[in-house]
Design a protein around this ligand. Sequence first.
Ligand SMILES: NC(=O)c1ccc[n+]([C@@H]2O[C@H](COP(=O)([O-])OP(=O)(O)OC[C@H]3O[C@@H](n4cnc5c(N)ncnc54)[C@H](OP(=O)(O)O)[C@@H]3O)[C@@H](O)[C@H]2O)c1
Length: 293
Amino acid sequence: MSGRPTRVLVAGAGGTLGRLMAAELQRRVCEVRAIVRKKRSANERLSDDVREVQALAPGAWRGVCDDVDVVLSSLGASVAPTPFVGWRPYTRVDAPANLALLEEATRARVRRFVYVSLIGGDTSRHLDYSEGHERVVDALRASSLSAKVLRPTGFFAAMTAIVDFARRGPVPVIGDGHWPTNPVDERDLAELAVAEALTEDPSYRETDIGGPETFTRREIAELAFAALGRRPRLLHVPAAVMRASGHALRVANPRAGHFVLFATHIMTHDCLATPRGERRLCDAFAEYVRPKT
Ligand SMILES: NC(=O)c1ccc[n+]([C@@H]2O[C@H](COP(=O)([O-])OP(=O)(O)OC[C@H]3O[C@@H](n4cnc5c(N)ncnc54)[C@H](OP(=O)(O)O)[C@@H]3O)[C@@H](O)[C@H]2O)c1
């Protein structure tokens, strides 16, 4: 890939991680093709080449990978803890959208495909969220492309929802809160994803990534209160109650129900990855609560 800048397609470029990957690629002097669901004024800065793709529409990806060297995908159904961001389960968004993208990348003879999955997805395929990702991982493993899979823990950006809970009242902690995790700053993940995208290595590889510090779920809730300068107030919710709620919610909104089941699983199991990230959660929380000028 010498003689001209590497051309990288970022799928999910309007999302939390996608934006950061697009910015990091531009910093590394790559040409970025940013794929968004809907163009917004905030997306203009992503790249000079921003394209709208409805990822689940038949034929939507046709020609999108032409002239592209590397595909980097963080496209996936939202993991925001709210039922108002869509109803389709993860297996009906993440898997079909990324499989269609992989098919088009293969047709266009893209050299490398980097995909963001999750830590522990391969051992929790009974969860719709994990299965949605793992179907893509299966296809990448079998693909003729040079494929890289990243397996992060929870992003700091996702942890800020706990600060929002703490502002409003007690923070729900599923189970007794003793299970450990080392969440990762999405900027550290974006840097790793771009490094993987730009590394010449044809072999299939999976790389896990977590942050530098390990906390119990209870400690993360306490850290959120500390950032606000408040006394911790926790509300312990039995895992069985959450599981029953998740199954019931699936009837009204399948994705929301599956999200509750996934959240219950990760809060009642280890969720640990190699600590490759450097940024600290307390700094991210401090930044989040700082009044914006
Ligand atoms: N957040 C975490 O803690 C975490 C942890 C581990 C793994 N992950 C995985 O990492 C990936 C990136 O996470 P993130 O937090 O950056 O997610 P995000 O902010 O929700 O970004 C996902 C992007 O995918 C796009 N998208 C979804 N459905 C689409 C469709 N039908 N057509 C076109 N675009 C579509 C979204 O577009 P809109 O902006 O228009 O909605 C969004 O820009 C996800 O696959 C997630 O499962 C996340």
